[in-house]
Design a protein around this ligand. Structure first.
Ligand code: AP5
Length: 209
């Protein structure tokens, strides 16, 4: 199965991907995670991406497109993949379409997780993650267990200012790709408000339909 997860920052894409990949048995490919790993490793790509990410801007298309096209050509993607955070612009959507057509494969669904802007800043500023396992928590909605509470970290771009910038980029650059997938009959809208379990159940229903 080839799936794309789209949604504003903090919609729950990473949270839901972690729950879905085991049952779907496909790799979870998050551009945000790949870019953060490159920043941590100090690679050329990471150094180029870092400033854009910290201020909540999008990393240039040419950097991200090459990275993802190479990744989905890897052997572990032969039976499918779940893209999280890509595509995020019209040129990225066009490049993915072209690469998949050239490989003779097609998308099964584009899941749009919808959460109103009014809930996003609280979700983002309260997020913490476990650097050892990658698990995502929230200080209020899903607190980390006491035994790991000392080691959870906050992302550099999870400040209120960067969150507002990311939300603005989502509306100006990413939301316009939604009609592109709607016209292809691939779009499934999922209400992202409610418990993570409720959202997972809605996604499972959307993938059946
Ligand atoms: P990326 O890492 O992709 O960030 P994002 O899209 O802004 O999404 P987030 O990771 O912030 O949120 P999420 O939807 O995964 O939510 P989560 O599950 O964590 O990208 C980061 C940066 O990299 C970008 O700003 C850009 O610079 C660059 N980049 C990445 N891809 C790019 C691309 N294609 N092109 C150019 N640049 C790119 O949940 C958030 C919080 O809410 C957590 O605390 C969680 O516990 C909580 N939560 C989750 N679900 C619920 C629920 N149902 N109820 C209550 N709380 C919940």
């Amino acid at each position: 199965m080839r799936i794309i997860l789209v949604g504003p920052p903090g919609a729950g894409k990473g949270t839901q991907a972690a729950r879905l990949i085991d049952t779907l048995n496909i790799p979870h490919i998050s551009t945000g995670d790949m870019l953060r790993a490159a920043v941590k490793a100090g690679t050329t790509l990471g150094l180029e991406a870092q400033a854009f990410m910290t201020r909540g801007d999008l990393v240039p298309d040419e950097v991200v497109i090459g990275m993802i096209i190479e990744r989905i050509a890897a052997p572990d993607c032969s039976k499918g993949f779940m893209l999280d955070g890509f595509p995020r612009t019209a040129p990225q959507a066009a490049a993915l379409d072209e690469a998949m057509a050239a490989a003779g494969v097609t998308l099964d669904a584009v899941l749009l997780i919808e959460v109103p802007d009014s809930l996003i800043v609280e979700r983002i500023t309260g997020r913490r993650s476990d650097p050892e396992t990658g698990a995502i928590y929230h200080l209020a909605f899903n607190p980390p267990p006491a035994e790991i509470a000392d080691r959870v970290v906050q992302r550099k771009d999870d400040t209120e200012a960067a969150c507002v910038a990311r939300l603005s980029k989502y509306h100006s650059e990413t939301a316009p790709i939604v009609p592109f997938y709607e016209a292809k009959g691939l779009l499934r809208r999922v209400d992202g408000v409610g418990s993570p379990d409720a959202v997972t159940a809605r996604i499972a229903d959307a993938l059946k339909g």
